[in-house]
Design a binder for this molecule. Structure first.
Ligand code: AMP
Length: 282
């Protein structure tokens, strides 16, 4: 059966209600489209665990703090539908901005501390936009399970926290990051890179690995670990580092000494693309 495209909230509610009446478990994979093998990993996991798989495709304007970034975001709807068909997705929910935000939005979800550092610091309002649209999507689709990538580790932490704090009845499933053979994490934004920028982009992953290696060798001082990582960026003139931080994996707060599990997280501008990546350590 091919994927059914649904553009309205009432339409997807009706489809999901039908699947639920048939006793199927509902899995949702929220995306902004330009689907790649990272998204496919999430869809495969949902397909393996749920009787009805809904992929949502919505480039959410309220989570972009720069109009230019929103305008440049890759849009490849035809290809995305082909991916959904191939992966035997039941429904592709693809609402317009008017469908999602018919009037001025007055209610927002603020998730607090977990959204303050890392990307939260450099993209004011970003996680408020993400949390709000994800809660809307949860209320629209009412899934049993929702699948998110560890590639966006802070986003995953924000959503886990929101679901816990607001008693949202959905199980959040985190899925490991899919990478290119040179280590670059797959991202829709990689499409914006020129050939030379693409060559420079794996520095994010290299810096994360260098930092993790130094932790594994026994370094515990966050500043020393950061300096080791930042040296990698110094050799890449095409890449402008935004942050490299070491945080606790639950609350995403910076740590000064590494004495347990941490998450290493980085963001950098490569040409027009803002790329992020992270690794667990040790
Ligand atoms: P996006 O369309 O970029 O908003 O991503 C939609 C979902 O796919 C998010 O949960 C991302 O974390 C996840 N995702 C994006 N890139 C990857 C990747 N390389 N590996 C695994 N998951 C990913």
């Amino acid at each position: 059966m091919s994927t059914v495209v649904v553009e309205t909230i009432s339409g997807i509610r009706e489809k999901v209600a039908g699947a639920r009446r048939e006793g199927r478990t509902i899995g949702v994979v929220p995306t902004m489209g330009a689907l790649h093998a990272g998204h496919v990993r999430l869809i495969e996991r949902a397909r393996a665990e749920c009787g009805c798989v809904v992929v949502t495709l919505f480039v959410n304007p309220t989570q972009f703090n720069r109009a230019e970034d929103f305008a440049n975001y890759p849009r490849t709807v035809e290809d995305d539908l082909a991916v959904c068909n191939e992966q035997e997705v039941d429904y592709l929910f693809m609402p317009s901005a008017e469908e999602m935000y018919p009037g001025p939005q007055r209610s927002f979800v603020e998730v607090g501390e977990v959204s303050e550092h890392l990307c939260g610091k450099f993209r004011p309002g970003h996680f408020r936009g993400v949390a709000t649209v994800v809660l809307k999507l949860f209320n629209i689709v009412q899934p049993d399970r929702a699948y998110f990538g560890e590639k966006d580790a802070q986003q995953l932490a924000v959503i886990r926290r929101m679901v816990r704090d607001l008693d949202v009845p959905v199980e959040i499933v985190g899925v490991e990051t899919v990478r290119e053979s040179d280590g670059l994490a797959l991202s829709s934004r990689n499409q914006l890179l020129s050939a030379s920028e693409r060559q420079a982009a794996p520095v994010l992953c290299r810096a994360l690995n260098a930092a993790r290696d130094s932790i594994r060798r026994g370094e515990t001082d966050s500043q020393a670990i950061r300096e080791r990582a930042i040296r990698e960026f110094d050799n890449e003139p095409l890449v402008r580092l935004e942050y490299f931080e070491i945080v606790d994996p639950g609350e995403m707060q910076p740590v000064t000494t590494v004495n347990g599990p941490v998450r290493l997280a980085t963001a950098a501008w490569v040409g027009k693309a803002r790329l992020i990546d992270n690794l667990e350590a040790p």
